[in-house]
Design a protein around this ligand. Structure first.
Ligand SMILES: Nc1ncnc2c1ncn2[C@@H]1O[C@H](COP(=O)(O)OP(=O)(O)O)[C@@H](O)[C@H]1O
Ligand SMILES: O=C(OP(=O)(O)O)[C@H](O)COP(=O)(O)O
Length: 402
């Protein structure tokens, strides 16, 4: 199955450029530790132990969003996970970065600044185009090899993910190897019984794209989060648009409304929408409202309601396989964890085969007292894993396999 080179094929002690996915939740400017650090720490520790000189590339957030911050905090969190010094430079490939890279010694680790702060990183373009960018052309000469460990970002055709393998010796890191193996095997599985997909989170565009390709594999889509509200909007409810200065709904509605309307038209019997939603009332408490009673959206809905969880749980109990992508609510705040924790508990209580994906969503497992081994596979990938479920190749994996 696997045709890329791995760390087993690489001689020790070389100068390596390693792409990780450290994209993390950011709350009031503070980067929250999560499973991605844990997993990538294994790759970095192995490289340190084998005497490599290591420079790390990673992204954080998207330009224009609150989570678009520097990687300086990530360097500190990574250092704690590998129990070893990690340096940081606030450039990705400028003169200071090149100076610090040149000064690396055996076993040193240097995190370079957020790749999305470079003009060349975005937007998505062909690997051949990305390989010719100044970003890739400048860094390629500083290293003996490129290692991609960022399976969870491998669905993006960005310079740091697809440019380097075309111009350097390229290898898969340990996370890339294990996530690729697990997710490819899952995509090939066949289930006799009901297959359910729980769809939530903030990245509606990713999930809607994939839903349109999974309509023959998945029997029931249970919706929540931002995607769920957009589907409610398409079904005629007055929700699913931005109020205040939020930027979660309208842009994604513009991009996806036709697809959502077509999904509802062609597959209404496979799609279950929330029957109630939760919001913060004037006293700061959780309040719930039936969607049928909403006349106008005057509050931000931050979770699905308890009635919805009661409707989703029996569907999960009757399923042979359940795939989760994205949280049903803002579970980081306990008041709005009812949907996400309720659905995960229903999965943990049954014998079904399950996959929980997403850097953010998988955090809810520990936060609400569940264990990883109550689920079939907990992936640190969200969008990449559901795309892999469709059988599609991920561009970042494809270039490693050339
Ligand atoms: N209604 C909502 N309003 C605001 N944020 C939400 C809502 N529902 C879910 N979220 C947020 O979605 C995040 C997960 O989104 P996403 O990035 O798509 O999933 P993942 O990281 O699991 O792939 C969670 O951190 C959660 O707070
Ligand atoms: O967090 C990520 O994806 P995910 O939320 O689907 O798990 C990846 O780092 C990709 O980030 P992006 O969706 O901003 O390109």
């Amino acid at each position: 199955m696997m045709t890329f080179q791995t760390l087993d094929d690489l001689d020790d002690g070389q100068r390596v450029l390693v792409r990780l996915d450290l994209n993390s939740p950011v709350e009031d400017g503070t980067v929250r530790d999560n499973r991605r650090f844990d997993r990538h720490a294994e790759t970095i520790s192995e490289l340190v132990d084998r005497g490599f000189e290591v420079a790390v590339l990673a992204h954080q957030g998207r330009p224009g969003r609150d989570d678009f911050v520097s990687l300086s905090q990530h360097a500190d969190i990574l250092a704690e996970h590998i129990d070893h010094d990690v340096d940081f430079v606030d450039e990705t490939y400028g003169p200071q970065a090149i100076h610090d890279i040149a000064a690396l010694d055996s076993g040193d680790v240097l995190v370079l600044e957020n790749t999305r702060m470079c003009d060349d990183e975005l937007p998505e373009e062909d690997p051949e185009v990305k390989a010719q960018t100044e970003f890739v052309q400048t860094l390629k000469d500083e290293f003996d090899a490129y290692i991609n460990d960022a399976y969870s970002a491998a669905h993006r055709s960005h310079a740091s993910l697809v440019g380097f393998p075309l111009v350097m010796d390229a290898y898969a890191g340990r996370v890339m190897e294990t996530e690729y193996e697990a997710n490819t095997a899952i995509a090939e599985k066949e289930f006799d019984g009901r297959v359910t997909m729980v769809v939530g989170g903030t990245k509606a565009t990713d999930v809607i794209d994939v839903m349109t390709h999974l309509d023959e594999t998945v029997d029931d889509f249970l919706l929540g989060g931002i995607a769920g509200e957009l589907f409610l909007r398409a079904a005629g409810y007055p929700v699913g648009y931005d109020i205040d200065d939020a930027n979660l709904y309208d842009e994604q509605w513009e991009q996806n409304s036709e697809k959502i309307e077509a999904m509802l038209e062609d597959h209404r019997d496979q799609i279950t929408l929330a029957v109630d939603l939760a919001y913060e009332d004037g006293a700061g408490d959780r309040a719930e409202q039936a969607v049928d009673d909403i006349e106008e959206k005057t509050v931000s809905y931050l979770d699905v309601g308890s009635e919805t969880v009661m409707e989703y749980s029996p569907v999960i109990r009757d399923s042979e396989a359940v795939f989760v992508k994205g949280a049903l609510g803002m579970f980081e705040d306990e008041r709005f964890s009812v949907g996400t924790a309720g659905v995960l508990e229903a999965i943990a209580d049954t014998d079904c085969f399950s996959v929980v994906g997403g850097g953010d969503t998988s955090r809810a497992i520990e936060m609400y007292g569940m264990e990883e081994d109550e689920f079939g596979h907990v992936s640190i990938a969200g969008g990449a894993y559901i795309r892999a479920l469709t059988g599609a190749q991920l561009v970042g994996v494809e270039v490693l396999q050339r």
